[in-house]
Design a protein around this ligand. Structure first.
Ligand code: AP5
Ligand code: MG
Ligand code: ZN
Length: 213
């Protein structure tokens, strides 16, 4: 099953992807996570990407297309994958179609998770992420048992550099202008399933699973 999780920043793509990979036993491919991992290792790619990410802007298409192309070639993607945060522009979607065609593959499902702006702002400014394993929490909606410590690995929880209110506003604007048009792109291909993204994490998971079955 080859799936794209589409939705604005804070819609819950990463949260749901982590549950879906357990259920379907396929990997999550998050370009955001890959860029942050590069930054942690201080690679040239990570340092370059940071300039864009800190402003809430998209990293150039060719950079993320190359990352995704390489990742999709890995053997663990043969049974399927969940793309989280890629594609994000029509140019990226066109490039993805080309890469997949070259592999005799295609996108099977596009799950569009819909959440209104006020809720997104609350979710992002309250998010805490584990520095060690990447697990996501929310100070109110999904708190860890011990403040600032990950339940799963005891790693330190931190506020992502781009989760301050100003940057979040930029990210939401970038979503509206550059990523939202993708819904129409995939609608024309008949692939989009819209999911109401308000409700508990478990409820939304069940909605997605039901849509996929
Ligand atoms: P990326 O890391 O992809 O961030 P994003 O798209 O902005 O999305 P988020 O990760 O912020 O949100 P999410 O939908 O995963 O929500 P989450 O599950 O964490 O990208 C970051 C940057 O990298 C971009 O700005 C860009 O610069 C660059 N980049 C990445 N990919 C790129 C690409 N393809 N092209 C160009 N540039 C790219 O949930 C959010 C919070 O809400 C959490 O605290 C969670 O606990 C809580 N929550 C989740 N579900 C619920 C619920 N049902 N109810 C209440 N709270 C909930
Ligand atoms: Mg995410
Ligand atoms: Zn952790």
């Amino acid at each position: 099953m080859n799936m794209i999780l589409l939705g604005p920043p804070g819609a819950g793509k990463g949260t749901q992807a982590k549950m879906l990979i357990e259920k379907y036993q396929i990997p999550q491919i998050s370009t955001g996570d890959i860029l942050r991992a590069n930054l942690k290792e201080r690679t040239p790619l990570g340092l370059k990407a940071k300039e864009y990410m800190d402003q809430g802007l998209l990293v150039p298409d060719e950079v993320v297309i190359e990352i995704t192309r390489e990742r999709l070639k890995k053997p663990d993607c043969q049974k399927g994958y969940i793309l989280d945060g890629f594609p994000r522009t029509v140019a990226q979607a066109l490039a993805l179609d080309k890469v997949l065609a070259g592999m005799n593959s295609q996108v099977d499902h596009v799950i569009s998770v819909e959440v209104d702006r006020n809720e997104l702002l609350k979710r992002l400014t309250g998010r805490r992420t584990c520095r060690q394993c990447g697990a996501m929490y929310h100070v109110i909606f999904n708190p860890s048992l011990n403040k600032d410590i990950c339940d799963k690995c005891r790693g330190e929880l931190y506020l992502r550099d781009d989760d301050n209110e100003d940057t979040v506003r930029n990210r939401l604007e970038v979503y509206d202008s550059q990523t939202f048009p993708l819904i129409q792109y995939y609608q024309q291909k008949g692939l989009v399933r819209q999911i109401e993204g308000i409700g508990s994490i478990q409820q939304i998971f069940e909605r997605i699973v039901q849509t996929l079955s």
